[in-house]
Write a protein that binds this ligand. Structure first.
Ligand code: ADP
Length: 193
């Protein structure tokens, strides 16, 4: 099972990916998580990505494509994987096509969580409150300025990725405004179809 989860920041991709991860026993590959780990570890990629991520911009296609290509080759991806936060530009989607072809792999589904943009800022604010209440560390890009930029990056660069998969007949749009369990049920239905 090789899946892509698309949707704006705050759409619930992370929540649904971890459920899919458990159900299918395949890893969730989040470029955001991998980049945050690189920033924390202070690797060369992390050093390049840090300021871009904090401002809400997009890291270069070259970097994320390289990260994903290497990650897919790991043994735990043999049964499949869930891509969360990648591809985020049409160039990344095309690079992914070429990469999968070269590795002799095929995508099974591209699921899009469609969410009303007005709800997203509130979801981010809620996540910040919950994180603070739990004594955790708030993401450096979970603040109004960076979040606004993340939404702009999404609108300008990632929304066309949905159009790309729609044009090749692979996109399965779902209502991401429904309750978490309902969204999970809809995803399962879409995957069984
Ligand atoms: P979000 O909640 O906004 O979807 P992520 O955790 O997926 O956040 O990503 C956080 C940041 O990491 C992005 O704003 C961007 O700077 C960088 N990033 C993650 N994935 C990609 C990607 N595929 N291409 C470019 N930049 C990325």
């Amino acid at each position: 099972m090789r899946l892509i989860l698309l949707g704006p920041p705050g759409a619930g991709k992370g929540t649904q990916s971890s459920r899919l991860e458990q159900k299918f026993g395949i890893p969730q590959l989040s470029t955001g998580d991998m980049l945050r780990a690189a920033v924390k570890a202070g690797t060369p990629i992390g050093l390049q990505a840090k300021a871009i991520m904090e401002s809400g911009g997009l890291v270069s296609d070259e970097i994320v494509v390289g990260i994903i290509s290497a990650r897919i080759d790991e043994p735990d991806c043999a049964k499949g994987f869930i891509l969360d936060g990648f591809p985020r530009t049409v160039a990344q989607a095309k690079a992914l096509d070429a990469m999968l072809k070269e590795k002799g792999m095929k995508l099974d589904a591209v699921i899009e969580l469609v969410v009303d943009e007005k709800a997203l800022v509130a979801r981010m604010e809620n996540r910040v409150k919950e994180t603070l209440a739990a004594g955790g560390t708030v993401r450096a890009d979970d603040n109004p300025e960076a979040f606004a930029k993340r939404l702009t990056s999404y609108r300008e660069q990632t929304a066309p990725v949905s159009d790309y998969y729609r044009s090749v007949g692979e996109l399965r749009p779902l209502n991401g405004m429904a309750a978490i369990d309902e969204v999970t049920a809809e995803i399962n239905k879409a995957l069984a179809a």
